[in-house]
Write a protein that binds this ligand. Structure first.
Ligand code: AMP
Length: 145
């Protein structure tokens, strides 16, 4: 039987994040696993014709980081996720989720089936990219039913 030891749950800042985290918390309790909660701040991108250049003035970066940390703290407090397991990264959402999962040996990633990028498709772009970019199991939580 599969036993998950390290679960990574990825949340955006949408109201649906609670449902994603709630599902991950159920799995944490069921398997007695460690739970990591990650949010990724995407840099603002300036696009030319041929090149996309990530830019983020330090002040904006700080503001976004503080906002994300505050949000995660509130969310985590409601769900009893210890401080040490809350992670805020800057970068590409899918790359940072995949990188963290790999570096920390996570065996399950819990992610919303869709989020800010639209409810029209079955899987959002992030869920799709994570599903195809990792060797570990992925649980996509269906949202907005
Ligand atoms: P989307 O690709 O916007 O449809 O988002 C699908 C799911 O990916 C969301 O429900 C979250 O679980 C996750 N996600 C989206 N954006 C982020 C982010 N900035 N940081 C962490 N997870 C995210």
């Amino acid at each position: 039987m599969v036993t998950y030891k390290k679960i990574l749950v990825a949340v955006d800042l949408s109201p649906e994040a609670k449902a994603v985290l709630a599902r991950a918390c159920e799995l944490r309790a069921h398997y007695g696993a460690v739970l990591y909660l990650i949010h990724v701040v995407e840099p603002i991108v300036l696009g030319g014709d041929y090149e996309l250049v990530p830019v983020m003035p330090v002040e904006i970066e700080d503001t976004l980081l503080q906002r994300a940390k505050g949000y995660l703290g509130t969310l985590a407090g409601e769900m009893n996720v210890a401080d040490a397991q809350q992670v805020v990264e800057i970068g590409s959402v899918k790359h940072e989720i995949l990188r963290f999962a790999e570096e920390h040996g996570c065996d399950l990633i819990v992610i919303g089936a869709h989020g800010r990028h639209g409810v029209a498709t079955l899987l959002g772009s992030t869920a799709n990219a994570v599903l195809h970019g990792t060797k570990c199991d992925v649980l996509c939580v269906r949202l907005g039913k």
